[in-house]
Design a protein around this ligand. Structure first.
Ligand SMILES: [Fe+2]
Ligand SMILES: [Fe+2]
Length: 456
């Protein structure tokens, strides 16, 4: 009888560990982690060992044939721990204990393409309780109001068919009035690109992030758009981290329409759904059938945002088919700009079993498409550094310096590297016109770190 009760403890422990690991393996944000980080496997092996240990001890208990109080106690205690770890892990990874429901200020996200060849702009925000909000907006002054038809917590209003070179005004429920402008076709398109803010990491620099957001927001700097390339938060499965990021981000994105790429930290374990809710909410027309990759057109300038999180593991066959079809459809004389989190060519160092430099997986799988279809510029983050590289006529820009702790000085120099800075926070200021792009690597205080002109 005693043996049967102990066996029940051991089987329960093994079942909890097994089910938890099976669930973990199936999450979008786990595969890349286990591919790149040895430490992920260490955690998996530890949980598996903990789940199997009570069974091994029970077998010893059974085979010895005589009572051992110590073995009995060990089976019960270790089984209890082996059940508690998956239960706690499951709750933590799903965001428990849950903080108060989220509320965010209005932000602008780039949406589908309107009648005038410019992207639509989505005004989005969250409320702690379901409400029916009203958005008032118009060119120059407020002229229209859009009322939601049902009470929701995740609000989205699409401002479509925007006119070029125009000032727009908007406010939610009669609150703060915000402004944004649309690109003026008589002037070069100007946008900011950065990545890797890592909100809520112990070692990030939110003060630098705030400084850069304020620079991007400043009307005098005339940024048309802001592209943020992932790792906005440290652990994307934790709701409080997104709240912290969303408390800071509207500084820029209430005034400058923003588009996001998913980072490995954003999508870690169950982070994917939180990333999508904040960075590409339902209702945004991405034109791709996916909320993880999309195309944004501004006249003859074409942005392709890809989902490349750790390495090439998220570059699925459907994404590859979509990318090739989009690249084929773009006239070769137009600007083609690719943006994503993971990098291709980069200098770097090795860390925990992975070489964080020229990534053969992404280079071999994806860069032949860039070269075949005349991609001009490729922006990435993931490496916490700033770098400019050139390979086979394609310029690669690393801009992973928006607040996450800088990577150590490179131990490997990519043969494609033209300029590199480590230990430096910053973003890249880009102007694009018919024949050339100017890249200005900019520090948090506006200091110019490096300038490069890329001919089209
Ligand atoms: Fe990062
Ligand atoms: Fe990353």
């Amino acid at each position: 009888m005693q043996k049967k009760i102990l066996l029940a403890f051991a089987v329960t422990a093994a079942a909890f560990s097994g089910v938890f690991l099976a669930w973990l393996f199936n999450l979008h944000g786990t595969r890349g982690l286990l591919h790149v980080e040895m430490i992920g496997w260490a955690a998996v092996l530890l949980i598996a060992a903990l789940g199997l240990l009570p069974m091994a001890l029970w077998l010893i208990f059974y085979l010895r044939g005589k009572k051992s109080r110590l073995l009995k106690a060990a089976v019960i205690i270790i089984a209890a721990v082996a059940v508690a770890v998956p239960v706690f892990g499951f709750a933590y990874i799903n965001g428990f204990p849950s903080p108060t429901p989220n509320t965010t200020a209005p932000r602008l996200i780039l949406a589908g393409t309107g009648a005038n060849g410019l992207p639509d702009v989505a005004v989005t925000f969250m409320s702690s309780k379901p409400t029916r909000a009203a958005l008032s907006w118009g060119r120059d002054d407020i002229t229209d109001t859009i009322d939601e038809t049902e009470a929701v917590t995740d609000h989205i209003f699409i401002l479509g068919d925007l006119a070029p070179g125009a000032l727009y005004t908007y406010c939610v429920d009669g609150g703060t009035t915000y402004y944004f402008t649309t690109p003026n076709p008589q002037q070069p398109l100007r946008f900011a690109v950065s990545s890797d803010a890592h909100f809520s990491a112990d070692d990030n620099r939110p003060d630098f992030t705030a400084q850069m957001l304020a620079r991007i927001a400043a009307a005098a700097n005339q940024y048309d758009y802001f592209f943020f390339l992932g790792d906005l938060v440290e652990f994307g499965f934790r709701p409080e981290e997104w709240q912290q990021a969303m408390a800071a981000l509207p500084t820029a994105s209430a005034a400058v329409p923003t588009a996001f790429a998913a980072g490995n930290h954003d999508c870690l374990f169950t982070g994917l759904n939180r990333y999508l809710a904040y960075c590409c909410p339902e209702g945004i027309d991405t034109g791709s059938g996916s909320r993880l990759w999309r195309r944004i057109d501004i006249g003859d300038i074409h942005f392709l945002v890809l989902d490349l999180e750790w390495s090439a593991e998220t570059f699925t066959p459907p994404q590859q088919t979509w990318l090739e079809a989009e690249l084929k459809s773009i006239p070769p004389q137009d600007w083609t700009v690719v943006l994503n989190h993971g990098f291709y060519y980069a200098s770097g160092s090795s860390s925990r079993g992975w070489q964080w430099w020229d990534n053969r997986e992404t280079i071999d799988l994806i860069t032949p498409l860039f070269e075949k279809y005349d991609v001009d510029l490729v922006f990435s983050g993931h490496a916490h550094q700033m770098e400019l590289l050139e390979q086979n006529g394609v310029a690669y820009v690393i801009a992973g310096a928006f607040g996450g702790i800088p990577d150590p000085e490179r131990e490997y120099v990519s043969p494609a590297s033209l300029w590199y800075a480590s230990g430096q926070y910053g973003y890249v200021d880009v102007t694009l016109e018919a024949g050339k792009a100017v890249l200005t690597y900019t520090g948090p205080d506006g200091q110019v770190l490096h300038t490069a002109a890329i001919a089209r």
